[in-house]
Design a protein around this ligand. Structure first.
Ligand SMILES: Nc1ncnc2c1ncn2[C@@H]1O[C@H](COP(=O)(O)OP(=O)(O)O)[C@@H](O)[C@H]1O
Ligand SMILES: [Mg+2]
Length: 398
């Protein structure tokens, strides 16, 4: 596949040629001595780490040095400065004055963390922040480099404070800072740091959903086969989220749900319910919080697209409150809002939430939905469908 069709590039990433081109242009500028800051943003699983790691790999191939601490889960417990210590101090024993001084100061706080919050330590905290800035500049003096800061949404506050302070000096020459972050949660410390970097000229790079074509290509590559129409429809229901596609293919392979069709095509067998997938996806989106999950589960009963007013009525929640929670879901990339209408971004997630409702709750919600939609003037067939589901003793109608 060529770049035009959004196909596989050298990296093995699918459908990311536009993003990689932009990042490669920035890398070239950094080799030329410029400073650059890129903030890679997007929903969980959309491919932020994959993209950031690819930039790092390209940089390494071009002879740039790469400083990276891995993703938040690799970094272990969130101790102060974990991100920056792992990123910038990870190259062996302290070798310069700045490194030695910094290692000493941080060591003291790591042993007795309670010290950190003491008001007497303000000067020392400032000193640490300044030393990190010096360290980054010292690293930059060693030649062009890429500093990868993963998962800012999970980063310790102390590291965020340093990053904020660094922004005041602007981009560091010959250095490309690449940070990744989810759109939620947005802690105040992160918002402040991002604001400071935005003022310093950081480029936001919002990672888009894979196109439907790229999504199917990824699924087929993982399957090792072309997919039949039912399976393709499931792949499309991932809403272009590569992680959900990986999860879907894994679940399908593990549950013996595949049958061979003609011409090497594989297809989903009958009306399989992928329970593991439903549980996996519910867990993947749990980071939005219980309140949002509960409301989205009610929304799942209404359908792929629903009106906010209808959801408020079925959920028996004030509209303002409903809207507040939905805005959060929208920021997390789980729903899209247009006027008063909302649409699930990934039908796979909607299915998973629906499957997670107990039969009694599901039937009750369908009953309430039938009343609300009847009052709102929805077509009789739609109202009837909810009533039928409310009265279905097994709740297994598709
Ligand atoms: N463009 C892509 N092509 C192929 N696989 C991808 C692509 N983007 C992400 N992936 C895969 O999808 C999964 C989730 O991507 P990841 O980068 O970890 O997401 P995020 O960091 O945004 O949560 C990983 O297994 C990754 O290898
Ligand atoms: Mg990641």
């Amino acid at each position: 596949m060529d770049a035009e069709s959004g196909g596989v590039d050298r990296s093995g990433l699918i459908g990311r040629s536009v993003e990689l081109e932009e990042l490669e242009a920035r890398l070239a500028a950094v080799v030329g001595g410029a400073g650059s800051v890129v903030l890679i943003e997007g929903e969980a699983g959309i491919g932020k780490s994959a993209l950031a790691n690819e930039v790092a790999a390209i940089a390494a191939r071009r002879g740039l040095r790469v400083f990276a601490a891995g993703t938040a889960t690799d970094r272990g417990p969130v101790q102060p400065f974990t991100l920056l210590v792992r990123t910038l101090l990870s190259l062996g024993p302290p070798a310069t004055d700045v490194e030695r001084e910094l290692a000493g100061l941080i060591g003291k706080y790591r042993e007795d963390w309670a010290l950190w919050s003491s008001p007497d330590q303000t000067d020392e905290r400032t000193q640490i922040e300044e030393l990190f800035a010096d360290l980054l500049i010292e690293r930059a003096a060693g030649g062009p480099s890429v500093v990868l800061l993963e998962d800012l949404h999970l980063v310790d506050d102390a590291s965020l404070r340093v990053l904020e302070r660094l922004a005041a000096g602007g981009a560091v020459p010959s250095t490309m800072l690449v940070a990744t972050t989810r759109t939620v949660p947005r802690r105040p410390e992160l918002v402040t740091a991002v604001a400071a970097w935005t003022r310093a000229g950081a480029a936001p790079l919002e990672v888009p959903a894979l196109t439907p074509q790229a999504a199917i290509e990824l699924g087929e590559r993982l399957l090792g086969h072309r997919a039949g129409p039912v399976l393709r429809a499931r792949l499309s229901a991932a809403g272009g989220n590569p992680q959900f596609i990986v999860d879907l293919v894994t679940a399908v392979q593990e549950s013996d749900a595949l049958v061979d069709g003609a011409d090497g095509v594989v297809e989903l067998a009958g009306n399989v319910v992928l329970r593991d997938l439903n549980q996996q996806l519910s867990a993947r989106v749990a980071h939005v919080g219980n309140e949002a999950l509960a409301l989205l589960s009610v929304a799942a009963v209404l359908g792929s697209s629903f009106m906010e007013a209808d959801l408020a009525a079925v959920a028996e929640m004030p509209e303002e409150e409903t809207w507040r929670v939905l805005r959060h879901c929208s920021a997390a990339g789980l729903v899209q809002a247009r006027g008063g209408r909302l649409t699930f971004r990934h039908d796979l997630v909607r299915d998973a939430l629906y499957a997670g409702l107990t039969l009694a709750v599901r039937r009750d919600l369908h009953r309430r939905a039938s009343l609300v939609l009847f009052e709102a003037g929805a077509p009789a067939a739609v109202v009837q469908e909810h009533l039928a589901r409310a009265e279905d003793p097994h709740g297994d109608r598709e």
